[in-house]
Design a protein around this ligand. Structure first.
Ligand SMILES: Cc1ncc(COP(=O)(O)O)c(C=O)c1O
Length: 371
């Protein structure tokens, strides 16, 4: 029987994630699997947690990689903090903000959705007005809204929340490793990420961090966390402390991959990594300007790692994407939800955030658009 894996295409991933994976990370994934209670693995986990603290900009003790994709991070953030009837304010300007509304609602929260036009950032003044209607137990926002390419004003909203008692919940799935994330400085209480965007690891792990206030809120719950797999009180017994207690078998090799991906960023230097993302973005922006394509998002709110570009009149974006993949082995993505058919999403994330990749894409777009 022919092995289909012999035909895995060498696609250049320039979409909204997953992103390209460094050879060193592929090698790490292929290393010998050890047991999840092996002292070697426990030592590796401790180092990985420390590396994640650096990337999150936090000293939070409870900083771990969850076994699951970014959605597991979102679920864990809400499921551990929300009890039925809790007031939750979601600042929504895209698909992932909408998903937060859904997740919090399923847990019986009393959700207020403060919506903003997709492609524009959350308006801090409107948030300040809304907070006067509070108090809220949780205020949630997506830092890098992958559906629109908007960088939301997470630091400014954090400033508004200081002293209000609200827990600040931030989605950093597409932010971490691409732009600075400063959990402690911005007063964030829960922040989660994903492995397959700017961390350049395959999908499957979701780093998450909880502040002391968040941990205290979990301990003060009147009801049990209504999800066993993501219950941080149980997970802490495995990930933290002197004696590790079995909870579930973590994907060991996935953790090797994440370790290597984090190691690679720290070796390059986080500031250098951010600067590389910016250079790649600027190169792409110059190429798009030459083609006459315009960004969806105003410049100050653009994400270097995720570029959303309006599809010009007369261009069939689905056909463009299909031909880029078939003829040039490059993946970019279309719009989601209300933006489907109107924009394309171009990711320059992690290992793939290079000027050479921006050039390769622009060259391929020119070739496809010419005929
Ligand atoms: C901002 C944001 N949050 C959450 C998710 C969900 O992550 P996953 O698809 O890894 O479960 C994504 C995925 O693209 C995302 O971009």
């Amino acid at each position: 029987m022919p092995n289909t894996l012999d035909r895995v295409p060498a696609t250049l991933l320039l979409g909204a994630g997953p992103s390209g994976v460094a050879p060193s990370t592929y090698h790490a994934l292929a290393k010998n699997t050890v047991g999840h209670m092996d002292p070697f693995f426990i030592g590796l986990m401790d180092e990985l947690k420390q590396g994640l603290r650096t990337l999150f900009g936090t000293a939070n003790e409870l900083t771990v990689p969850l076994s699951g994709t970014g959605s597991a991070g979102m679920e864990a953030a809400f499921v551990n903090l929300v009890e039925p009837g809790d007031k939750v304010l979601v600042l929504q300007n895209g698909v992932f903000g909408k998903r937060m509304v859904e997740v919090a609602g399923r847990l019986g929260a009393e959700v207020t959705e403060l919506g903003f036009e997709w492609g524009t950032p959350v308006d801090v003044a409107a948030v300040a007005d809304q907070l006067r209607q509070g108090p809220y137990k949780i205020v949630a926002i997506v830092f890098a809204e992958t559906s629109t390419g908007v960088r939301n004003p997470v630091a400014e909203v954090g400033e508004l929340l200081r002293g209000t008692g609200a827990l600040y919940l931030v989605d950093a799935v597409t932010a971490i490793g691409g732009i600075p994330v400063e959990v402690d400085r911005w007063g964030i209480d829960v922040c989660y990420a994903g492995s397959q965007k700017c961390l350049s690891c395959p999908p499957g792990a979701s780093p998450i961090t909880f502040s002391e206030r968040a941990v205290a809120a979990i301990k003060a719950r009147a009801t049990k966390v209504p999800n066993w797999y993501l219950d941080m009180t149980l997970l802490t017994a495995y990930w933290g402390g002197g004696t590790r207690v079995y909870h579930h078998t973590p994907p060991i090799n996935m953790m090797y991959g994440l370790y290597q991906a984090v190691y690679n960023i720290l070796q390059e230097g986080v500031e250098n990594v951010f600067a590389r993302h910016l250079r790649a973005h600027q190169r792409l922006a110059a190429g798009l300007a030459e083609l006459g394509w315009e960004f969806l998002v105003d410049e100050p709110y653009r994400l270097p790692e995720l570029n959303t570009v309006k599809v010009p009149e007369g261009v069939d974006e689905a056909r463009l994407r299909a031909r880029l993949l078939a003829e040039h082995q490059i993946e970019i993505n279309g719009g989601l939800g209300a933006l489907a058919g109107k924009i394309v999403r171009i990711g320059l994330m992690g290992y793939n955030a290079t000027e050479a990749n921006a050039d390769r894409l622009i060259g391929a777009m020119k070739a496809v658009l010419a005929g």
